[in-house]
Design a protein around this ligand. Structure first.
Ligand SMILES: [Zn+2]
Ligand SMILES: [Zn+2]
Ligand SMILES: [Zn+2]
Ligand SMILES: [Zn+2]
Length: 508
């Protein structure tokens, strides 16, 4: 949504505000204030809030005429503020929602906005060109509800028959744009338009799409299983996916509430409808099941097992851990660990060294890498090698914690527990150079267009020395050393401490 909150988060915050007595009951569709509400009294109260000036302005109107929305129900009044609050008292999301409720309320009791629309038709060598103008004359309620931009477009005053000078002819090529993905906010609006759910259930319905992994991300990208469920039901039981069915049910229930239909009528009607649906689903049970199962398999498919050519897929244990296992189990016991804290995508390639599938590994803020699924494969040993451990002379390698944090670990683990932190963003490379002071590898780190060299050891004397020197003398050269050193220290400090990554590593 525009406020940067998910629909269900916004509803939770609103409910908190309701229980704390700041706003009225938030789960309502009603958009018409009942006459008993006392709009003036609410505005009087708001005089104690940060909206004092606005409230006084609105109270000075001769008469307060609230706007009427399309939906009128009798259960609860539209949401309105019940108590004055200040930004200091509420803070953060609570304040955002409270301010929205107050502004919305003020807008509904404010005078209408006035705008001037103008149209001009111009004749250019026999071709007709049209121009439209839009000019705000009086802001009215828009003054109190600044959540959208007003696009004004001025046209000069023209008299019919007047000749104007043609300045330039532009020919613009525009492709039709595909519709944008729904955000949670725009999906809520669309559901409202289609009468799907009520204000109190819509955000729960959207949350279910995430919980069941039918969609992911802020712009609700459907997952393969989400697409499969929708397509399969569409093919075999269209009545379920038709928005009209749910809308009809909602309408029927409203009619009971309004006394326009009897409970018995509606229940009988719904029972008939549902038993029809069950029959349809039952008849297509196997096909729907197979189609969805196939899609789920493709969602979990990683590649082919190098031992038996069966499918390798992601498997979730009962304890919430995931790993990659062969579907030929129990005959084939091939497994691989899941790359830590990463989104893993399949590729068509197999590893030239060990024939395991190559996977595309995506971690937040880090470059995408394609590598062999087997962390013990020689190709990976080579790729992740950073240098030699000063403690035990085994290889030092880039390792990822389960949370996807990267650090340097020793191949001699668990006998050797030497680790070094790595910056969590940007790229780095090692050319085998070691620190003359402590023997740890020296890395070339590049981040946001800058690059510098640094010993990976946070406690290395070279780091402290370069800092001390610069405080004594201020030569131009030393200055730059200080800059890079402190920058490197900052990024290193942002990564995990060796002690903590050690614990993470043991969980791998
Ligand atoms: Zn296998
Ligand atoms: Zn390999
Ligand atoms: Zn070691
Ligand atoms: Zn060092």
């Amino acid at each position: 949504t525009k406020l940067g909150l998910s629909a269900s988060r916004a509803m939770r915050v609103a409910e908190d505000l309701y229980t704390a007595g700041y706003i009225s009951y938030p789960r309502t569709d009603n958009t018409v204030y009942p006459p008993s509400l006392g709009l003036k009294r609410i505005l009087e109260k708001l005089k104690d809030s940060e909206f004092k000036d606005e409230a006084e302005e609105l109270l000075s109107q001769e008469r307060i005429r609230p706007s009427r929305g399309k939906t009128q129900t009798t259960d609860h009044p539209p949401i309105y503020p019940t108590e004055a609050a200040t930004r200091k008292k509420l803070k953060g999301d609570k304040w955002k929602i409270y301010e929205l409720v107050v502004r919305r309320f003020m807008a509904t009791v404010a005078p209408p906005a006035k705008a001037e629309l103008s149209d001009a038709t111009l004749d250019v060598n026999g071709e007709e060109f049209k121009a439209k103008g839009y000019r705000m004359l009086y802001l009215g309620w828009k003054k109190y509800y600044p959540y959208f931009k007003i696009n004004e477009f001025f046209l000069p005053t023209l008299v019919t028959g007047e000749e104007v000078v043609l300045k330039e002819v532009l020919s613009e090529k525009k492709m039709t744009q595909p519709p944008r993905r729904y955000t949670q906010g725009s999906l809520l609006q669309e559901m409202e338009r289609l009468s799907l759910g009520t204000k109190s259930t819509r955000h729960d319905i959207i949350q279910k799409l995430y919980d069941r992994k039918y969609a992911e991300g802020n712009d609700l990208v459907p997952t393969p299983s989400g697409v499969a469920v929708a397509e399969s039901l569409n093919r075999h039981a269209q009545i379920v996916t038709d928005s009209k069915m749910t809308a009809q049910l909602e309408k029927d229930m409203d009619e009971i509430a309004n006394g326009q239909a009897s409970l018995q009528e509606v229940v009988t009607e719904s029972q008939e409808m549902l038993s029809n649906i069950l029959d349809t689903l039952e008849a297509n049970r196997e096909q729907i099941g197979t189609e969805i199962r196939k899609a789920l398999e493709s969602q979990h498919f990683i590649g082919k097992c190098p031992d038996c050519d069966s499918d390798l897929k992601t498997i979730r244990t009962r304890f919430g851990k995931t790993f990659i296992g062969c579907s030929g189990y129990p005959d084939c016991k091939r497994t691989y660990p899941m790359p830590g804290g990463a989104k893993v995508e399949t590729t068509d390639e197999v590893c030239a060294t060990c024939k395991a599938p190559m996977v595309r590994v995506i971690r937040r803020g880090q470059p995408v890498i394609v590598h062999c699924l087997d962390p013990d494969c020689e190709s990976n040993q080579e790729r992740t090698k950073i240098g030699i451990c000063p403690q035990c002379s085994n290889d030092l390698r880039v390792v990822y914690s389960r949370a996807g944090k990267r650090f340097i670990g020793c191949a001699g683990y668990p006998d050797c527990t030497q680790t070094y932190p790595l910056p969590q963003y940007g790229r780095f490379s090692a050319d085998g150079e070691t620190c003359p002071e402590c023997g740890a590898p020296i890395l070339l780190i590049s981040m946001r267009g800058r690059a510098w060299q640094s010993c990976v050891n946070l406690d290395c004397p070279t780091r402290k020395k370069s800092k001390k020197k610069t405080t004594k003398k201020k030569t131009a050269k030393k200055k730059t050393t200080k800059k890079t050193a402190s920058k490197a220290k900052k990024t290193a400090a942002a990564s995990e401490s060796p002690a903590k990554t050690d614990a993470d590593k043991s969980q791998q």
